[in-house]
Design a protein around this ligand. Sequence first.
Ligand code: SF4
Length: 366
Amino acid sequence: MSLEKVDMDRGARIRDFGQRVMSGDVLSREEALWLFELEERADIMDLLSVANRVREHFKGNKIHLCSIVNAKAGGCSENCKFCAQSAAYQGDSPRYGFIDREPVEEAADEAERNGVTAVGLVAAWRGLKEGPILDEVCDRIREMAAEGKTRPDASLGLIESQAVADRLKEAGLECYGHNLESSRRFFPEHCTTHAFEDRLQTIQYLKNAGIKICSGGIIGMGETRADRCDLAMSLREIGANVVPINILNPIEGTPYENNEPLAPFEILKTIACFRLILPQKEIMIAGGRTVNLRDLQSMVFMAGASALMVGNYLTTLNQPVEKDLQMLKDLGLDSDWDKAGFSDQDEGCGATSAGPSCQPETAEVA
Ligand code: SF4
């Protein structure tokens, strides 16, 4: 068999996957892993093209923009190896307690000016339980919801009980960010102070409360392609609505400070695989895009991304929002995402009846 014939076969298989996904079928783990393992540049370009078509099929030219405000910085009790906010390795990144109303209002004003759909309150701590901090968190969410400038989101770590999730919902929270970070297998490699199952439990509480789920992960930590594939499969199982893909930005002082960066095409291929596994979800490119993709940043949309984290990240800088907005305009993409929500997603799951259950593997924990 000639090399040309082999390439044509692979191209045809990739296109067939795209057709199947657009008609509502779901890829098996074996099929998805085959995509993650593609090596040839021509095959990856075919995959990007198919992922772009799948994005357009389900999302048109709409792009969902989010931003975050660091609501409590540094000194975190957890030991996530990629994070400069862990007390275990904190260098010179800032430390402060839970912020009051003004900085949140400023973030919401800026988001509104730039047409950004949501502002997420993000806190560096283990999680939320009943008590005065939860009261303050609920106050901030209530204020944001009452102002109505952006969708109030939050990413505040592990949630201790169903009652905490219910209180967040009551305060007006619509979407909560809680990444699975990596595969179940790889998780203990980067964090030992809590477990993958703890994260699933939190997501279950949130879903029970009727809060949308923003959950993705971080690539470039030393995980395998199979780990990335399994992360995407887990996100399909839990029914994540928004799926942030972070790309490791090795921070000095953290255990991953000397990690080899992923090649840009490996990153783009990963995004495309996520689009085919999670065809109707918001695949969001978050931290690490500027430093890892450089001039190839605009290709994330061709790879199937439909959402972008804009503005600065928690401990690192992003390119200016104006530059991102210009990039979207140049690509003919529209950031006026439907503020009403996630109406283009099947409730709770992008899978068809032939696909996996919308319940996480640990549904019994709820
Ligand atoms: S990622 Fe979150 S939980 Fe982990 S150390 Fe950083 S702030 Fe803490």
